[in-house]
Design a protein around this ligand. Structure first.
Ligand code: NAD
Length: 370
């Protein structure tokens, strides 16, 4: 078993809770990383191969993301061992049992993540009254349906494009992973006049320099088909999206897709990260040296968690969308100014200001655990 104290530092983690219910073969862990800014918010990830280590790393990422986004929330994460495609009744039983076991952990608010969805959040809400990312029928703002994260990416792209002297009107966009995040990013950027010229999914890449009809491609994807089934353009292999010459490149699929061994293939002016940790640090450094601006994940993709935090406070959909645009624009600007002033990577500048806010909040507290 991982000794969590070996990764503890000045910020956290504040608390780690292991849950084992033999009657259900439930094994799950909660890591509350830091609560100086308020109760932690973070997703529940369900997969057969999760780990405490992964949970702790993701909890820290949420601490930084929530602080950078200016939310009155700390960071936490929970993981549950199991195949998320198990029969629904069994899944509900496990999730309800886990939530019940955490009924007194007031410093953690559940959210959806890989392997869990709005229905899971509704079960948790019913069990302990503490979750975000609820279905509309249970009073939630359906953030993936509305495209909260894609909306935030678009706000970050607007600020970043100005920085590199790029007009979004007419800009060529390539998206790796045409899913919940990718398709909405394409839609909102399209409203600014940008042209989607490439999109990929697990089954291939679609490339059409004359422009792809985003609504048509989204409709096709929602029927369970692939971008490769689009009736125009050139069909290439899955990773060919990396080689497409464009102005804005958006990773919106998996972690570590751009590394030192393939970063040389990217031909873009700007990267706006939709996925979590899609590039290695070394790849980001290389792009920085080449003059390619990279807007890091926890600044650009915070739309989902901002929407969730607004939902928790009873905000309406339009208030949530306004808050996303306002916060992400301001954070992108602050990050870029600081990065220039200190001559560091944008990511480092953002980590520094997020950490400074957390440390300041910690300085007002007698104890940093709840
Ligand atoms: P999703 O499952 O809706 O979409 C992912 C898409 O990526 C799918 O179309 C899938 O076919 C494709 N894909 C998977 N592996 C691929 C690969 N190797 N190459 C090309 N395409 C591939 O997921 P999502 O909700 O859009 O999330 C995408 C990423 O964004 C994840 O990393 C997630 O953690 C991150 N993220 C999501 C949100 C949110 O609000 N949904 C918020 C913040 C971050």
């Amino acid at each position: 078993m991982t000794d969590i104290f070996t990764r503890a530092d000045a910020l956290g983690p504040a608390k780690v809770v292991y849950v084992h219910e033999p009657a259900l073969q439930l094994r799950a862990v909660l890591v509350v990383d830091n609560v100086a800014r308020g109760p932690s918010v973070g997703g529940l990830r369900m997969a057969p191969d999760v780990s405490v280590e992964e949970c702790a790393r993701l909890a820290r990422a949420m601490t930084l993301k929530n602080s950078a986004a200016g939310l009155a929330h700390g960071g936490g994460k929970s993981v549950l061992w199991g195949d998320p495609r198990m029969p629904r009744e069994r899944k509900e039983q496990l999730i309800r049992a886990f939530a019940h076991a955490l009924r007194n952990e007031q410093d953690y608010i559940f959210g959806p993540d890989m392997g869990t969805d709005e229905a899971c959040m509704a079960w948790i809400k019913d069990e302990i009254g503490r979750s975000v990312g609820l279905p509309a029928a249970a009073g939630g703002i359906p953030l993936d349906e509305l495209g909260a994260t894609g909306w935030g990416l678009c706000a970050a792209a607007e600020v970043a494009a100005r920085r590199v002297g790029l007009a979004l009107d007419g800009a060529r966009v390539a998206i790796q992973g045409f899913g919940a995040v990718g398709k909405h990013a394409a839609r909102f950027l399209g409203r600014k006049g940008a042209r989607l010229i490439a999109a990929s999914d697990t089954r291939g890449t679609l490339h059409d320099p004359s422009g792809i009809d985003v609504a048509r491609l989204s409709a096709l994807k929602s029927e369970g088909r692939s971008v490769s089934d689009y009736p125009a353009g050139t069909k290439l292999d899955r990773d060919a999206v990396i080689d497409v010459e464009c102005d804005v490149w958006i990773p919106a699929a998996r972690p570590d897709v751009i590394r030192e061994d393939n970063v040389g293939r990217l031909r873009t002016k700007l990267v706006v990260q939709g996925a979590n940790i899609p590039f290695t640090l070394a790849a980001e450094q290389t792009l920085h040296e080449r003059g390619v601006l990279v807007i890091p994940d926890f600044i650009a993709n915070a739309g989902g968690v901002i929407c969730a935090a607004m939902e928790y406070r009873g905000a309406t959909e339009s208030q949530a969308f306004e808050a996303i645009a306002e916060k992400i624009r301001a954070n992108t600007e602050t990050m870029l100014e600081e990065a220039t002033r200190k001559n560091v990577l944008p990511r480092q500048a953002a980590v520094e200001f997020a950490t400074a806010r957390i440390r300041e909040a910690m300085s007002f507290k007698r104890f940093n655990v709840m």
